[in-house]
Write a protein that binds this ligand. Structure first.
Ligand SMILES: Nc1nc2c(ncn2[C@@H]2O[C@H](COP(=O)(O)OP(=O)(O)O)[C@@H](O)[C@H]2O)c(=O)[nH]1
Ligand SMILES: *[C@@H]1O[C@H](CO)[C@@H](O)[C@H](O)[C@H]1NC(C)=O
Length: 327
């Protein structure tokens, strides 16, 4: 009898706590993201003229086929390796096919090393028409950096690619083929809606053999959580190699709240909720030294972020900008 009373008392307390927590989350969340940018972040260095010039906007008409956005935080040593491979591929493609026009935007996410200087070296070699550096005034996190780059891009198709160069860049042709397939009904590919994600899911089995049991369990836990709470149809949500159309970038990045690691998950969750076609394509992956993810801590951080994302959308504390689907 007493036990029952204590138990029901505890349950009531727990329920009240959950309700209060939900109220607090609801009241402290902005339904739509507040996207701030500093004046200095609107400019890039025109190296041939030796002066600053203003970036265009994602609402402008595209003037290139492809923009490659490279988020870079303290990447002075890994960036050159990735850029050499990437530019080699892009130059060869554009030489072989004059309609293949491109630009690369390096987004220095408030680095404390020489990332911007390294980027500007490539601007000097290839010209500011092909390589631009966007230096963020303060660190935002990978999602924030990718968004800023997307908003200043000129491409019909926008790819974001990690600065570590872990994905074999020539696998761009695979995500390209996939997005062209998704968009084949649309005459103007930049106004179609589609995302094509590079994926390492096919490599999972081998990596399990070399990883500790603990990391494998964490990995499965994270995947389980992702598919349960957010994204059903993508097996590898975290691969830093994703291609989308210009309109898709406009829609998704205007609605995106998360600026940290879990932004990929929110982005795909948004795409899924809006009925934007998503494809997943296997890419080659080379483990590169120097990751900034601390194994266990980052997984826990992402798991928590994921739960909070799910909770906020479920409570409608975060909402999706429906009007963004319009042109
Ligand atoms: N750690 C970290 N990486 C960032 C940030 N902003 C952009 N990035 C970039 O995000 C990409 C992925 O980072 P990395 O540490 O290699 O993660 P991993 O490839 O998933 O192991 C790299 O291109 C980073 O330079 C940030 O604030 N922190
Ligand atoms: C850089 O400035 C020169 C001279 O004003 C101009 O001709 C060129 O188009 C500019 N390039 C870029 C990429 O802004």
């Amino acid at each position: 009898m007493d036990l029952l009373a204590v138990l029901s008392f505890l349950i009531v307390i727990a329920l009240v706590a959950v309700i209060i927590l939900c109220c607090v989350i609801y009241m402290t969340s902005e339904a739509y993201p507040v996207i701030q940018s500093y004046d200095s972040e609107k400019m890039y260095q025109n190296v041939s003229a030796g002066m600053k010039a203003e970036f265009p906007s994602i609402t402008d008409v595209p003037t290139r086929l492809l923009s490659v956005i490279v988020p870079a935080y303290n990447e002075e040593s890994r960036l050159p390796v990735m850029m050499d491979v990437c530019l080699d591929y892009l130059e060869k493609r554009s030489e072989a096919d004059k309609s293949f026009t491109y630009e690369v935007i390096i987004v220095d996410d408030g680095s404390r090393d020489k990332t911007t200087e390294v980027g500007l070296k490539y601007s000097r070699t290839y010209g500011s028409d092909k390589v631009r550096v966007l230096t963020l005034a303060k660190n935002r996190g990978k999602g924030g950096a990718v968004r800023m780059g997307m908003f200043r891009a000129r491409g019909k198709l926008l790819l974001f690619a990690d600065a570590d160069g872990a994905t074999t860049f020539s696998d761009f042709s695979k995500v390209e083929t996939s997005i062209r397939n998704l968009c084949k009904e649309e005459s103007d590919i930049s106004e179609a809606l589609a995302v094509s994600c590079g994926s390492r899911a096919h490599l999972e089995e081998e990596s399990i053999a070399t990883r500790s049991v603990f990391r494998t369990v964490l990995m499965y836990g994270f995947h389980g959580l992702v598919s349960l709470l957010a994204v059903r149809d993508v097996r590898d949500t975290q691969c830093g190699f994703k291609l989308m159309t210009r309109r898709t970038a406009r829609v998704l990045f205007n609605s995106l709240h998360v600026e940290r690691w879990a932004f990929d998950v929110e982005m795909l969750y948004l795409a899924q909720s809006l009925g934007i076609p998503i494809d997943e394509v296997s890419v080659e992956w080379n483990e590169i030294e120097g990751t900034k993810m601390t194994p266990v801590l980052s997984w826990i951080e992402m798991g928590l972020d994921l739960f909070i994302i799910w909770l906020r959308y479920t409570l409608r504390a975060w909402r999706i900008k429906g009007d963004m689907m319009a042109h």
